[in-house]
Design a protein around this ligand. Structure first.
Ligand code: GDP
Ligand code: MG
Length: 308
């Protein structure tokens, strides 16, 4: 008798949206699930502006993640409208939704995201994040009970995105919920966003890390030059701000701040593209850009990344 060595496992592949109010830990979760840095994170809300697809491929399944922008209740500015639309469209046509909340904190913004969750039968999982901050796990129970009374979640998964706790369980659950089917992406691809985009996001992250509250989030980064030479990639990026005063702050005393931002960003970009980088940054004042639809379009903020 011989044993047939056949591949009886059908492959599974699907789109997973991670939603939740700004700062609950969505980007951190995706980075840890994917084991490398795809989406930028910071302590300030609104760090993630674009949809980024992270791709996790294992032998039998491929999970494609949409790291959605924050959902904002104010619709007055073009940038907020864009971010809301992107977040809403991220909820349509996905195979699984992960609704992430903070282990102990509940705000109006969470309430708003809860109201947007699909009620069309799409599986929705409740992720209770930051459990590392809760010593007595009993304290989680009333929160979980209150939430499960309000929405019929498929699963409730307590995690710590930061400490990568319980992420294997989460991955297994996700893989069981996406449909059977062929992989959409090559097995070694981790994101469908190109390197330029990721480099611009790295620069933006360093600005936010350096300046915190001093400069609001109306800062955009445009890659103006990208030249790959032998052993060195030359990159020039413009940092667009809204006011002259912001430009001064960004540059800092004798250029000290912009230098630090550039040095930190260069290191990360070198790690990203695995090559030496020469990075040039300059700051441009572009009055009112965040309130102009046309300016947003020219920066690629309107690209209607409808997936599938
Ligand atoms: P996003 O706006 O939802 O994408 O949130 P981020 O991923 O940018 O995270 C916001 C902040 O929360 C960062 O300072 C993270 O380090 C922190 N954070 C994320 N996950 C956890 C966690 O599991 N535990 C703790 N203690 N902090 C976390
Ligand atoms: Mg984020």
């Amino acid at each position: 008798m011989t044993t047939a060595v056949t591949e009886d496992f059908p492959k599974r592949c699907g789109l997973v949206a991670i939603v939740g109010r700004p700062n609950v830990g969505k980007s951190t979760l995706m980075n840890h699930l994917l084991g490398q840095k795809i989406s930028i994170t910071s302590r300030k809300p609104q760090t993630t502006r674009h949809r980024v697809h992270g791709i996790l491929t294992r032998e039998h399944y491929q999970l494609v993640f949409a790291d959605t922008p924050g959902i904002h209740r104010q619709h007055d500015k073009a940038i907020n409208r864009y971010m809301n639309e992107a977040a809403r469209s991220a909820l349509g046509g996905v195979d699984v939704v992960c609704f992430m909340v903070d282990a102990l904190k509940w705000t109006e913004a969470d309430e708003y995201v809860l109201s947007l969750l699909p009620k069309d039968g799409t599986p929705v999982m409740l992720l209770i994040n930051k459990i590392d901050q809760v010593e007595d796990k009993q304290r989680l129970l009333p929160h979980i009970e209150a939430l499960t009374a309000r929405f019929s979640f498929d699963e409730v998964v307590p995690v710590s995105a930061l400490q990568a706790k319980n992420l294997e369980t989460l991955e297994k659950l996700l893989s069981s919920k996406v449909p059977t089917g062929d992989f959409w992406f090559d097995e070694d691809q981790v994101t469908d966003r190109n390197l330029r985009f990721m480099a611009a996001e790295i620069v933006r992250e360093k600005i936010i890390r350096q300046l915190g509250q001093e400069v609001p989030h109306q800062v955009a980064v445009e890659i103006e030059l990208w030249e790959e030479g032998p052993g060195l990639t030359e990159i020039a990026a413009a940092i667009l701000v809204e006011r002259k005063g912001q430009k001064k702050i960004l540059i800092g005393e004798a250029g000290s701040r912009i230098k630090q931002i550039g040095m930190d960003a260069r290191k990360d970009i070198e790690a990203l593209i695995d090559q030496k980088v020469m990075l040039k940054l300059w700051v441009k004042v572009k009055t009112g850009w965040s309130d102009s639809d046309r300016a947003l379009r020219s920066l690629g903020y309107d690209d209607p990344v409808i997936f599938k």
